[in-house]
Design a protein around this ligand. Structure first.
Ligand code: AMP
Length: 218
């Protein structure tokens, strides 16, 4: 199962990736997570990426293509993977095609999470993340039992610096300008499937599981 989850920030790609990886036993490759870990660890990659991330701009293509090309060489990706938040530009998609050519066959399916801006904005601005285990909450839709504390591990919850309203609006604009053209790119390859990113977590998971069964990916 080699999948790309495509859609605006706030579409629920990250949440579904975690569940899908658990169910299908393939690794979750999120460029956003890799970049945030590099920022946290104070690595040169993180220092380079931080200023773009704080503004909601895209980190340069060659940087993220390099990250993913390296990650796809790891043995755990042999039986498949879920790419979340990559590619985000046509140049990155071409870079991914190149990287896969050298290693193994191409992507099986690209799932486009069609999501209304209102839903995406509400999800992102209300999101809270555990500093310790990374689990995601939402102040209205999925609040923790005790405010500011992770149910799973007791870690402190925080708001991602790029989840403030102004940066969220810019991230959605960047998505429209630079990432949405990928819908046509993958549609032209005949591997794009559309789902509604406005659905709740469980309903969307059922739709996705149905798609994979139909395509005999699972
Ligand atoms: P995400 O967690 O996917 O919302 O990504 C957070 C931020 O990381 C984005 O707003 C970008 O600044 C950066 N980022 C993540 N993935 C990519 C990518 N594929 N290309 C460029 N920048 C990225």
């Amino acid at each position: 199962m080699k999948l790309i989850l495509l859609g605006p920030p706030g579409a629920g790609k990250g949440t579904q990736s975690v569940e899908l990886c658990k169910r299908y036993g393939v690794p979750h490759i999120s460029t956003g997570d890799i970049l945030r870990q590099s920022v946290k660890a104070g690595l040169p990659l993180g220092l380079k990426a931080k200023s773009y991330m704080d503004k909601g701009e895209l980190v340069p293509d060659e940087v993220v293509i390099g990250i993913v090309a390296e990650r796809l060489k790891d043995k755990d990706t042999e039986k498949g993977f879920i790419l979340d938040g990559f590619p985000r530009t046509v140049k990155q998609a071409i870079g991914l095609d190149e990287a896969l050519k050298g290693i193994r066959s191409g992507i099986d399916m690209v799932i486009y999470f069609q999501t209304s801006p209102k839903v995406a904005i509400e999800r992102l601005t209300g999101r809270r993340v555990c500093k310790n285990c990374g689990f995601n909450y939402h102040i209205k839709n999925m609040p923790p039992k005790k405010e500011g504390i992770c149910d799973k591990c007791g870690g402190a919850l925080y708001q991602r610096p790029d989840d403030n309203e102004a940066t969220v609006l810019n991230r959605l604009k960047v998505y429209e300008d630079q990432t949405k053209p990928l819908v046509d790119y993958y549609s032209g390859k005949g591997i794009l499937k559309k789902v509604s990113g406005d659905l709740g977590v469980n309903d969307l998971f059922k739709v996705l599981s149905g798609l994979f069964a139909e395509a005999k990916l699972a």
